[in-house]
Design a protein around this ligand. Structure first.
Ligand SMILES: Cc1cc2nc3c(=O)[nH]c(=O)nc-3n(C[C@H](O)[C@H](O)[C@H](O)COP(=O)(O)OP(=O)(O)OC[C@H]3O[C@@H](n4cnc5c(N)ncnc54)[C@H](O)[C@@H]3O)c2cc1C
Length: 421
């Protein structure tokens, strides 16, 4: 039995690793010339450095992602401070503070004012528990309104980082699911983790090496155009270069973004709206003492600042409004914010702006019902990706968990029979 996997983003790679681990033969197809999808790295000649398409933040409680890197042997490529500490700066008044959830299971940090957001009391954090109890129709701001003491300083930066949406539109259930897997498990599950060298070195290349060591090598530049069905089953994959027959015992995992899946799979309902993410990278000489982790910036275009070696990067989420703005103008504005955080002066250093127009589907309550289940009307066709139905938002963790699940279904692991669900 062969599992054919279309799409070499993290969902497709996780599905491949999972299926190979279950002893299946795997064939991988990818439309682009490289793997990684929305989580990829490349060498930038202007900066003279390998950079990521966007800063990606994981949390130590992302159990599927951590199991994935352990399996492929790259756990050491995800690094971060040894405690769940997040530094913030509010540009309007220059105030800096740290939210420090410590290392332990018990939320003892709530008892110390210097571990909390300024001018908040322990009781304010009950809002996070309320988010864990959210209902499907609620936005984050329905539960934590904008006059709440935590709103500007925590709810906004957390929501945009996790949901790529403002609290006024982001689906509270998705944020609640992440809080259950991290905040509820204590500081040990909330440590920020980033790729030490690059996303590619942490998540993509080791997966390809692991698969290659088991004789699985993706076929790049292979764009799936359509599917052929016979006798109620998927019978062939139609690529521009020709068709690939699907054997009677074979299964297919389609791990492509929603728009592509919607075009390929007949009558598939998919999320229709997307949200953008804007990233800037600057090559900065003489970076003496970088902050220990990402820094949240309140009240600015740059929402999070990351430093890796001599590359300073900014992230702006739900950035659809900035997609048509001139890249040079954006670089100037974003560098101003980054320079304030890092206490630097001087002209804009060499920069690179990356606009990801369809970074994620729009994670709003109205788009949630459009996320399809991983199984389809055909018993040998399954779906994977960060947009497939599940408790988690469109993140690395969501993509990997979805890939794992689709592979289990494709391998006929217990619970995959639609009749039994
Ligand atoms: C700028 C940015 C910042 C982000 N920040 C974070 C973060 O901080 N933390 C976090 O957890 N997540 C973050 N994310 C989200 C995360 O990157 C995604 O959730 C994850 O990478 C999605 O993986 P996927 O495999 O589901 O989809 P994709 O990565 O989109 O993979 C789909 C693959 O299918 C291929 N494909 C498409 N059509 C076809 C076809 N017809 N035939 C064959 N192949 C096809 C594509 O080329 C692609 O390789 C960010 C995303 C972006 C863009």
């Amino acid at each position: 039995m062969t599992v054919h996997i279309v799409g070499c983003g993290l969902a497709g790679l996780a599905a491949a690793v999972q299926a190979v681990g279950r002893g299946r033969s795997v064939r991988l197809y990818e439309a682009a010339g490289q793997a990684g999808g929305r989580c990829r790295s490349f060498f930038d000649p202007v900066l003279g450095r390998t950079i990521d398409n966007g800063n990606h933040l994981l949390l130590s409680g992302n159990r599927s992602a951590r199991r994935f890197v352990e399996t492929i042997g790259s756990a050491g490529e995800l690094v971060g401070p040894d405690r769940a500490r997040f530094d913030f700066l509010r540009l309007a008044d220059g105030r800096r503070w740290s939210l420090d959830l410590g290392r332990g299971m018990l939320p003892l940090w709530l008892l110390g004012a210097r571990h909390r957001v300024p001018r908040t009391i322990a009781r304010d954090y009950f809002a996070l528990v309320q988010l864990m109890l959210a209902r499907p129709h609620q936005t984050v701001a329905d539960i934590v309104p904008d006059d709440h003491p935590l709103y500007d300083a925590l709810i906004v930066p957390m929501t945009i980082a996790i949901l790529n949406a403002a609290p006024t539109e982001g689906a509270a259930v998705l944020l609640g699911a992440v809080l259950r897997e991290t905040f509820l498990r204590g500081g040990g599950a909330c440590r920020p983790l980033v790729a030490r060298r690059s996303l590619d070195a942490a998540l993509v290349e080791p997966a390809l090496d692991w698969l290659g060591g088991r004789a699985v090598r993706p076929q790049f530049n292979r764009r799936l155009r359509g599917l052929e069905f016979a006798r109620g089953r998927l019978a062939a994959l139609a690529f521009a270069e020709g068709t690939v027959a699907i054997g009677p015992d074979d299964a297919v995992v389609l791990a492509v973004p929603p728009a592509a899946a919607g075009e390929i799979v007949p009558d598939l309902v998919v999320p229709t709206e997307t949200r953008a993410i804007l990233n800037a990278h600057f090559r900065v000489d003489g970076m003496a003492a970088p902050p220990p982790g990402p820094v949240g910036v309140i009240g600015s275009l740059a929402e999070w600042i990351f430093v890796r070696g001599d590359v300073v990067s900014t992230t702006t989420s739900a950035a659809d409004a900035g997609m048509d703005e001139d890249a040079g103008a954006l670089a100037g504005r974003l560098w101003q914010d980054a320079a304030r955080v890092l206490g630097r002066a001087g002209p804009v250093p060499p920069w690179r702006i990356i606009k990801e127009r369809r970074a994620t589907y729009a994670q709003t309550p109205s788009q949630q019902p459009l996320r399809p289940q991983p199984w389809t009307a055909w018993p040998n066709l399954f779906l994977a990706g960060d947009w497939i139905a599940g408790p988690l938002p469109a993140t690395i963790e969501g993509a990997i968990r979805s890939g794992d699940r689709a592979a289990e279904l494709a391998c006929g692991v217990e619970g995959s029979d639609p009749a039994a669900r």
